[in-house]
Design a protein around this ligand. Structure first.
Ligand SMILES: NC(=O)C1=CN([C@@H]2O[C@H](COP(=O)(O)OP(=O)(O)OC[C@H]3O[C@@H](n4cnc5c(N)ncnc54)[C@H](O)[C@@H]3O)[C@@H](O)[C@H]2O)C=CC1
Ligand SMILES: O=C([O-])CC(=O)C(=O)O
Length: 309
């Protein structure tokens, strides 16, 4: 039997992630949503592409969470996206209840699963999901850093006129305006970024990366990004299902690492079959550490305001 990956929320990010995972043949997909007919229609549409893609996996759509039983990975994308003028944090109250309910129920149905939380504000929702699941923090993580790093890589590749696949980047901190792109840990075929671009240009690319989600929201007007977010989800799911042990920035529970304890924030981790297998501690300069601490503090403040710690 194939590995089962369930996707909660069959909207833009959820359906696009389902498409990528299904088309790769990595796993059987269950797509769940509260909207009657939406997950069924999208899953059937994927199945009807299987002959053309040469895929023998299955895609199944449902309005019944019981159908997600036995999932190895559960990706949570259910909830509201933001509109122009909103911050990710403005989604907190609406999405908190959705995450508490779906993760509470899914964790009982698939007690062995690993959760990847996408719903915004993602760092906070990952904490909410962890509490609702009662799982070890190793099995709960949030997607943000892979996307933020991919945006930074894209902007660097556009600036230098090189292939984006030759650009590696690290972005730490919360998935919000205070995220911390790290030029010293960003390279083009091994060459550190500060050797390739002047400081002011790098700062400009960092600004664009921090604003990357809002830039798309302003263009789309009715919702937020989904192709790059779904591709980021796919990279994380693949690393878990194939036990690849990729080094990826994810929102992970910190227990003293980087001077942070008791909540989730973006750091580089080793991602494998057991979930977050190791948190990698980079040696940051005082300036980098200060930026990370500020970003983490903003996540903590929101958690405390909502009495979620
Ligand atoms: N962490 C990240 O980097 C990113 C996070 N996001 C976040 O992901 C979330 C989803 O975004 P989109 O897919 O664009 O939104 P969308 O509106 O296209 O899809 C959301 C889906 O969730 C469903 N839903 C609502 N309540 C539900 C419930 N109780 N159970 C199951 N499904 C439910 C809706 O029916 C809808 O189909 C948003 O909160 C957005 O801000 C989006 C992009 C990147
Ligand atoms: O901007 C948003 O609201 C969605 C998101 O998190 C992103 O695209 O980075």
């Amino acid at each position: 039997m194939k590995t089962k990956v369930s996707i909660i929320g069959a909207g833009h990010v959820g359906a696009t992630a389902a498409h990528l995972i299904f088309q790769s043949g990595l796993a059987d997909i269950v797509l769940y949503d509260i909207m009657q007919g939406t997950p069924q229609g999208k899953a059937l549409d994927l199945m009807e592409a299987a002959p053309l893609w040469g895929i023998s996996s299955s895609a199944f759509g449902t309005n019944d969470l019981a159908d997600t039983a036995g999932s190895a990975v559960v990706v949570v994308t259910a909830g509201l996206p933001r509109k122009p003028g909103m911050s990710r944090d403005d989604l907190l109250l609406a999405n908190k209840e959705i995450i508490t309910n779906v993760v509470g129920e899914t964790s009982r149905i698939s007690p062995e699963c690993i959760f990847i939380i996408v719903t915004n504000p993602m760092d906070i929702m990952t904490h909410v999901a962890w509490k609702a699941s009662g799982f070890s923090p190793q099995k709960v993580m949030g997607m943000g850093g892979v996307l933020d790093a991919s945006r930074f890589r894209t902007f660097i590749a556009m600036e230098l006129g090189v292939s984006p696949q030759d650009v590696e980047a690290m972005v730490m901190g919360g998935h919000g305006d205070l995220m911390v792109p790290l030029p010293r840990f960003t390279t083009v075929k091994g060459v550190p970024l500060p050797e390739l671009l002047p400081h002011e240009r790098i700062e400009e690319l960092i600004r664009r990366t921090r604003n990357g989600g809002a830039e798309i929201v302003a263009l789309l007007k009715t919702g937020s990004a989904y192709y790059a977010p779904a591709a980021s989800v796919f990279e994380m799911v693949r690393s878990i299902v194939l036990d690849q042990k990729r080094v990826l920035p994810c929102a992970a529970y910190l227990n003293g690492e980087y001077g942070v304890s008791g909540f989730f924030v973006g750091v580089p981790v080793i991602l494998g079959g057991k979930g977050v297998e190791k948190i990698i501690e980079l040696r940051l300069t005082d300036g980098e550490k200060a930026e990370f601490t500020k970003s983490a503090a903003s996540v903590k403040e929101l958690l405390e305001n909502q009495r979620l710690t």
